[in-house]
Ligand binder design. Sequence first.
Ligand SMILES: Nc1nc(=O)c2c([nH]1)NC[C@@H]1CN(c3ccc(C(=O)N[C@@H](CCC(=O)O)C(=O)O)cc3)C=[N+]21
Length: 300
Amino acid sequence: MAAKIISGKDIAKEIREALKAEVSELKEKHGIVPGLVTILVGDNPASVSYVTAKQRAAHELGFHSIQDNQPEDITEEALLSLIKKYNDDPAIHGILVQLPLPRHIDERKVIYAIDPRKDVDGFHPVNVGKMVIGEPCFLPCTPHGILVLLDRAGVEVSGAEAVVVGRSNIVGKPIANLLIQKRKPVGNATVTVCHTGTKDLSFHTRRADILIVAAGRPKVITADMVKEGVVVIDVGVNRIGTTPEGKAILCGDVDFDSVKEKAAAITPVPGGVGPMTITMLMKNTLESAKMWAGLPSEVA
Ligand SMILES: Nc1nc(=O)c2c([nH]1)NC[C@@H]1CN(c3ccc(C(=O)N[C@@H](CCC(=O)O)C(=O)O)cc3)C=[N+]21
């Protein structure tokens, strides 16, 4: 069986159209413009390209958006006071500090410094805690995007065996948590969480009806490790080379070419989860703007 390709790119485009309409309505009816600041420390090429994509999306939706570039050697103290400035800025509803940060800066301190009501990444412990107990909050963008992808692709999640490979704070842990919740439309799965050190990884992955891979290693999941008819969500973004024109060559954590022959559905890399991550950042920022204005919102 050749898999249905779940195009995150197309689904993201549809959702952004809907968000755009909502942004204009918010502007017309209430005079509110969602505001997003993305803070980039240094000039790591991958980080620059992600932040640029986020800013482009924000512009396209009609957000007030600020790209705040800081030098690699900014002190932790200066970065923390910059965050405080945006915490206190009423035109800003979402603050994103691009990770990873240089080694001399404590990421924990930075995440704790962001006002949880502007934490559109969903990384602050207040939001992580609310997510775990099922309260309205900012969901982390990648797991949030995966929920939407599964919903839009019509995947039956309730009662399914979902296997997550990877246990990071930004993908593995939160997606496993969300999938076990009594949550509609996507939830009520039976979840196993593995990682690259799991004994007999393929014993687990072969049981999966839904396989979510965020291992951070190129092509760790091969065709022999999955069952016929599985739905595969590939979260990996690995740069494995450069084209003669100087563009990065990307691949996922799944060996797409072989796995697609056995899967019922699969997300590609690029064009799968990545565009959804950015779209959910926009969604969270819009919901934040509504919350700050005292309007009904999904995050409060
Ligand atoms: N505070 C913070 N929040 C983040 O959300 C965050 C972060 N730091 N640090 C890095 C990771 C990574 N991430 C991606 C977003 C979009 C694509 C994406 O759109 N990828 C395109 C390809 C992009 C390309 O060509 O490089 C695709 O898969 O089609 C990928 C990765 C967000 N992250």
